[in-house]
Write a protein that binds this ligand. Structure first.
Ligand code: F6P
Length: 324
């Protein structure tokens, strides 16, 4: 029998579209299982400050379609300290919270893992980040929406690229991972894609620039963490070396994180939110609920934090074949 009566839910790290759908699913699945729910505002910062709000079913009405997070989020430095976590524990105990669901990325799970080793409060993680860089789940909440946002933006830029015979360097997010760049690049028919997981792409880019001559537009998708440089920096070098190209740069930035979640992200968030409550009731702790081959899996925090998720590099060949 589970002794859990009251569950805290928080969103942590960068916001991602679908986090609200996940909060809704956690709250409603908890209530369905006769558990009380408390929202912890602004991630671990709110846990340290005791910034809690009770949540009932109607509090999560009409949020499944909204981007951002109704609870707010933060990247808390204080939670990395022993003193910060001690304060957080005091506040959880004071509010009779016996378990927590954290919706976020690997940094958030790392914090949860350390905390639950120090204190006897179980944590279950729900993967929420646009980067899709978490080991143990095929998809993270927010990734599909971000991909679609990038595709829409690049399609628009392509219109101008074609109209003016221009080459655009478009920088996308992803931190140290190239999922957004690679998958959106294929979906947009990008001429080249630079990602962090592959070295030596500078030479390949030069080969491409020397070899192609009859394309009226060129889109080079640049993942922010790639090994060649930022879009601005690469574009400056290319302009000097290949003055024949009319080059422009777009850094898409935080517009990739906002907006209404796609149908897939709402579905994923709903399933993972329910699975996170099921896992707690089943006495699981220090695990992330993931989605692999369209099914729910449980992955220990230390595995998802320490192992790196494989990106299928063969897809770069697919992109290359299709760009010629
Ligand atoms: O992890 C999500 C993400 O958007 C990354 O893609 C990006 O590198 C980072 O967060 C940006 O963080 P911030 O919003 O703190 O500048």
């Amino acid at each position: 029998m589970s002794m859990i009566k009251k569950v805290g839910v928080l969103t942590s790290g960068g916001d991602a579209p679908g986090m609200n759908a996940a909060i809704r699913a956690v709250v409603r699945a908890a209530i369905h299982n006769n558990l009380e729910v408390v929202g912890i505002r602004r991630g671990y910062k709110g846990m340290i400050d005791g910034d809690f709000i009770p949540l009932v079913s109607k509090d999560v009405s009409n949020i499944i379609q909204r981007g951002g997070t109704i609870l707010g989020t933060a990247r808390s430095e204080e939670f990395r300290t022993v003193e910060g976590r001690r304060k957080a524990y005091g506040n959880l105990v004071g509010a009779n919270i016996n378990a927590c669901i954290v919706i976020g990325g690997d940094g958030s799970f790392q914090g949860a893992g350390i905390f639950s080793k120090e204190y006897d409060i179980p944590f279950v993680g729900v993967p929420g980040t646009i980067d899709n860089d978490l080991y143990g789940t095929d998809y993270t909440i927010g990734y599909d929406t971000a991909l679609n946002t990038v595709v829409e933006a690049v399609d628009r830029i392509r219109d101008t690229a074609s109209a003016h015979d221009r080459m655009f360097f478009i920088e996308v997010m992803g931190r140290g991972a190239g999922f957004i760049a690679l998958h959106s690049g294929i979906a947009c028919g990008a001429e080249a894609i630079l990602i962090p997981e592959v070295d030596g792409q500078e030479e390949a880019l030069h080969e491409y620039l020397k070899s192609q001559g009859n394309k009226s537009s060129n889109i080079i998708l640049v993942a922010e963490g790639n090994n060649v440089g930022g879009a601005e920096q690469i574009a400056n070098q290319i302009m000097v070396k290949y003055p024949e190209y009319d080059v422009r740069v777009n850094v898409l930035g935080h517009m990739q994180r906002g907006g209404s979640p796609s149908a897939f992200d709402r579905f994923l968030a709903s399933r993972l939110g329910v699975a996170s409550i099921d896992a707690l009731i089943d006495n699981q702790r220090s695990i992330m609920v993931g989605f692999v081959n369209h099914d729910i899996v449980h992955v220990p925090f230390n595995k998802t934090i320490n192992a790196s998720k494989n990106l299928n590099k063969i897809l770069l060949d697919v992109a290359d074949i299709l760009a010629h």
